[in-house]
Design a protein around this ligand. Structure first.
Ligand SMILES: Nc1ncnc2c1ncn2[C@@H]1O[C@H](COP(=O)(O)OP(=O)(O)OP(=O)(O)O)[C@@H](O)[C@H]1O
Length: 363
């Protein structure tokens, strides 16, 4: 690769090695009385993959995680781990560990004792316990913190102890339920990079629950987007962002414009519902300029402007009907608009047609 050439982003999802997946969920369903928390989920998670389950609050992510861990029994369907049906097995009989958002560390034990705890329960000999705990603490870069109590650690350090406590068991699959949710934004970003690095180092399959789309996009090999107990789409971050399979995914993963009805027919020249990302649209103060080859163009009026530091977002009401958000990088000079009038342009391939049966956000 030449120094000027950008590394290409993965376009396709990693394929499951023939036959055996680290986790396979088939027809998984969970009802809590009248509430259907999980409504027929089929998923295959590849060994060594960083796999995220992304969705709004109440969409069933945590319940799926608990079904994989064995804390809940499904109403229907099955859970396979490494090719073995574990649906009826107790949590301790499954080769998985869970890291929760609230760390769940024992306050009266020091860091090393917390990490060793699971091994002590399993009656692993003392010398081996020590050695494995030290190794796990080294992985999370806390080898010098063994004698501290959890109360003497920062939030990020506590989360790393919780991670070490799970890693020490050397599980095949690590389940993480919003593990960074309690951290402030800056620490959260630092821990995202660290967690991803740790996953690469240990090579364990991570199944990561989050409702934060940035987090899922930056960390994952693949993402399953959940909505109302179902999976709307599974794909790489690039696939999910660039080619959303439904109006719900387009709206939930990143910000998206949906152009439909009269607006779509007039601007794109076809009926249907189209998703266009705000950063793909160019804002031009010259209304008379014709559309360049391969471009779609529409005129309108700016009705709102939101300054966000690095970017500025414009809300534009189209003359043809409909409304589009446009994001402009603040590194570019601000366009001078006469009476807020503007021409919008974007490349044809950037309006992505939503499949007909997925045009509505309430799947
Ligand atoms: N033990 C339970 N009893 C009754 N209903 C439950 C129980 N656990 C979950 N639910 C319901 O099942 C649905 C899915 O919940 P779940 O916790 O899996 O969602 P989630 O996507 O993880 O949400 P969050 O991001 O808020 O944690 C919700 O409507 C929730 O209220």
């Amino acid at each position: 690769m030449s120094p000027n050439q950008a590394p290409s982003l993965p376009q396709t999802a990693p394929q499951a090695p023939a036959g055996i997946a680290a986790v396979r969920l088939s027809g998984l369903r969970k009802e809590f009385g009248p509430v259907t928390a999980v409504d027929g989920v089929d998923l295959e998670i590849v060994e060594g993959e960083f796999f995220s389950m992304l969705g709004p609050s109440g969409s069933g992510k945590t319940t799926v995680l608990r079904l994989i861990a064995g804390f809940e029994q499904p109403t229907a369907g099955s859970v396979d781990l490494g090719g073995r049906d574990v649906t009826r097995l107790a949590p301790f009989q499954r080769d998985v560990n869970t890291v929760f958002q609230d760390y769940a560390l024992f306050p009266h034990l020091n860091v090393r004792q917390n990490v060793e705890y699971g091994l002590r329960v399993k009656r692993v000999p003392r010398a081996e316990r020590r050695q494995r705990a030290q190794e796990a603490l080294r992985t999370v870069r806390l080898e010098d913190f063994g004698s501290r109590k959890p109360s003497q650690l920062s939030g990020g350090q506590r989360q790393r102890v919780a991670l070490a406590r799970a890693l020490v068991n050397r599980p095949k699959v690590l389940l993480l339920d919003e593990p960074l949710g309690a951290l402030d934004l800056k620490l959260r970003h630092a821990m995202q990079a660290e967690l991803k690095q740790i996953q690469r180092d240990v090579g364990i399959t991570f199944v990561f629950v989050t409702h934060d789309q940035d987090e899922a996009l930056t960390m994952s090999d693949r993402i399953a987007v959940f909505n109302a107990g179902r999976v709307e789409q599974v794909g790489t971050p690039v696939e999910v962002y660039e080619h959303p399979a439904s109006a719900f995914v387009a709206g939930f993963v990143g910000t998206s414009n949906l152009l439909s009805g009269r607006g779509a027919e007039a601007v794109i020249g076809r009926s249907g519902v189209y998703s266009i990302r705000p950063e793909k649209i160019r804002l031009d103060p010259d209304l008379s300029r014709p559309a360049a080859p391969g471009e779609v163009s529409a005129t309108g009026t700016v009705t709102d402007t939101f300054y966000a530091g690095a970017t500025v977002r414009y809300v534009v009401s189209l003359d043809a009907g409909g409304q589009l958000s446009v994001v402009r990088q603040n590194s570019e000079p601000a366009p001078e608009l006469a009476d807020g009038r503007v021409r919008l342009a974007w490349r044809h391939e950037h309006n992505f047609r939503i499949p007909e049966d997925k045009e509505h956000t309430d799947a």
